[in-house]
Write a protein that binds this ligand. Sequence first.
Ligand code: TXA
Ligand code: MG
Length: 331
Amino acid sequence: MPPGEIPQPPILAAADELRRGRLVVFPTETVYGLGADALNADAVAAVFERKGRPSGNPLIVHVSGTEMARGIVAEWPPLADRLAAEFWPGPLTIVLARGDTIPDAVSAGGPTVAVRCPDHPLTRPLIDALGRPIVGPSANPSGTLSPTTADHVRAWLGDSVMILDGGPCERGIESTVVSVDGGTIRVLRPGVVTPGSLARFATVEAYENAAGSLASPPPAETVPLRSPGLLRQHYAPRTRLRLFESADRRAVLDRLHAAGSSLVVLSHGIRLEDPRIIRMPPDPHTYARELYAAMHRADAFGADAILAELPEGGDPVWLAIRDRLLRAAAH
Ligand code: TXA
Ligand code: MG
């Protein structure tokens, strides 16, 4: 928050909730988060409980800047400093050796902590008003679609948790997660911060499972996972999701023609006007922004299956999108 700026009443009320150990849903540029005081072990436990999240899956800690980040890690290497200077506030999460102020549960008992400084005009002032970092997994039941509007969260939590409504999320898919070991950056979860933009700072080990084709979906990993969010079935709608390649558009339309209301189609290539066709943007950044809202809408149709066209473009943001689609379809 710029010096001298007075935080708005909803931010102060939300900070107060967090201070009392309660949960608060907060907006970010990626997706909405289910927040709690990161230094309060009971509040952190309540986040796991509310999401039904396996205790082995660690949480991201959101900070208002590098000074707060330094306070929760064992060591803040020069590479982290350079990445933060370039990408923070923004959708890059950096995994570092954990300091001893962070409760065990945040890190799922592991030696590292994931740190991110979100870019949102409500949330950084919220963290500053609390004066402490906040944990924030995406504000959805474990394994389901991430929320990109306050309404998505309300459909789950009603008014049982305070929600700071910051409008639709600008970026739409979760942050890029990287670990930095020595001079190497390893991409653990692809996002809109791409390996190419990271390569200016160090050697980048790109995310190995993100090749993303129907022929080679992400492998089902076994524990212990390098990053538990890499579990295959993730980000999934309630309705069965099936993917198709652009070459099969014609066949999909034929199926839709015969299917009545039992199918709904998500496509960036089919331009046909039909209430059962959710048309996606052809540009990857806009596609990412709309992806979860489109999947939430597709889910609301109550169809037997969602057929989603798998984008083929070479832009690394398409790669992050394919990763989410392939995982969502891996039932
Ligand atoms: O964009 C985002 O990152 C959003 C917003 C709310 O900030 N948060 C989010 O949190 O997506 P969540 O919990 O849904 O996903 C966090 C991911 C998971 O894949 C988790 O396994 C990984 O980060 N992660 C967290 N801590 C980690 C750690 N210490 N080491 C490796 N991976 C970690
Ligand atoms: Mg999540």
